[in-house]
Design a binder for this molecule. Structure first.
Ligand code: NAD
Length: 259
């Protein structure tokens, strides 16, 4: 699973799954463009890669802004002349609340970052990917495909389900140019995402039955790690996955089989 000479464009690379994937891909030889909004965090990812002998650059951009994303893709190609791998991963949990209390602004913010952000990430990198073929990996969630027990995550789950549909549609559209598009669906993974989540009044919509929330049979109930997801991204980005496209892969220690 070597990625020598490849350039990887990774959104949300300053923390969690994006950072883990950046480290994994860089270790396999890829040059990594670490994209996000917070330069300090991104710089830490870049420093870690450089410390390990790899090559990386910070790209400051907000995935929900078209002008940012168009400029970001051009900036990477100007520096390294190519983009081979795109990891559309940036995302937020946003506000989880009963539907009557979720404001249109809160709904829209989750759509803008998770869904429009994925669209813009792929839209502006696609012309470069098509030059030589490549790999796109999108981070959705089990929450948008199989697990709907996190009541109140209406906006989040809607974006995650739509990311799966978008990925499959683009897998077909981009197949003639040898661009593979796959979508990963993590279960609970230990990252900082929950620190940035607002959960409001969920007791009002909690489903009554007891259910083993977040349990992952493979790990005795513990969540997975970002590094485990990073390894999956490396596999999908590499030639070891050369005939895999349009696929959604759960990485959840069998969590979704419990529901
Ligand atoms: P995280 O909060 O550590 O990472 C998300 C990253 O996205 C952060 O670095 C954040 O700064 C960045 N980001 C947010 N909004 C952005 C914007 N507008 N522009 C650019 N960057 C932005 O959390 P994570 O768990 O690593 O999340 C990564 C992805 O994994 C998300 O799409 C999330 O929905 C998905 N996911 C996470 C879990 C989990 O349990 N952690 C489970 C399923 C899916």
């Amino acid at each position: 699973m070597q990625l020598d000479n490849k350039v990887a464009f990774i959104t949300g690379a300053g923390s969690g799954i994006g950072k883990a994937a950046a480290l994994a891909l860089a270790k396999a030889g890829a040059r990594v463009a670490a994209l996000g909004r917070t330069p300090d965090e991104l710089q830490k990812t870049v420093d870690a890669i450089k410390h390990a002998g790899g090559e990386a650059m910070v790209v400051q951009a907000d995935v929900s802004k078209p002008a940012d994303m168009e400029r970001a893709a051009a900036e990477v190609v100007e520096a390294w002349d190519r983009i081979d791998i795109v990891f559309a991963n940036a995302g937020i949990n946003g506000v989880w609340a009963p539907i009557e209390e979720l404001t249109p602004e809160e709904w829209q913010k989750t759509i803008d970052i998770n869904l429009t952000g994925t669209f813009l990430t792929i839209k502006y990198t696609a012309p470069y990917l098509k030059r030589r073929g490549g790999a796109v990996i999108v981070t959705a969630s089990v929450n948008g495909t199989r697990i709907f027990s996190n009541t109140g995550a209406t906006a989040y789950s809607s974006t995650k389900a739509a990311q799966v549909a978008m990925s499959k549609m683009l897998a077909l559209e981009l197949a003639p140019q040898k661009v593979r598009v796959n979508v990963i669906c993590p279960g609970a993974i230990e990252t900082e995402i929950d620190d940035n989540t607002e959960q409001r009044d969920l007791d009002k919509v909690r489903i009554p039955a007891e259910f083993p929330e977040g349990s992952q049979p493979l790990t005795g109930g513990k969540p997975g790690t970002a590094a485990q997801v990073g390894d999956l991204v490396l596999f999908l980005a590499s030639d070891a996955a050369s005939h895999i496209t349009g696929t959604e892969i759960w990485i959840d220690g069998a969590e979704s089989l419990l529901r």
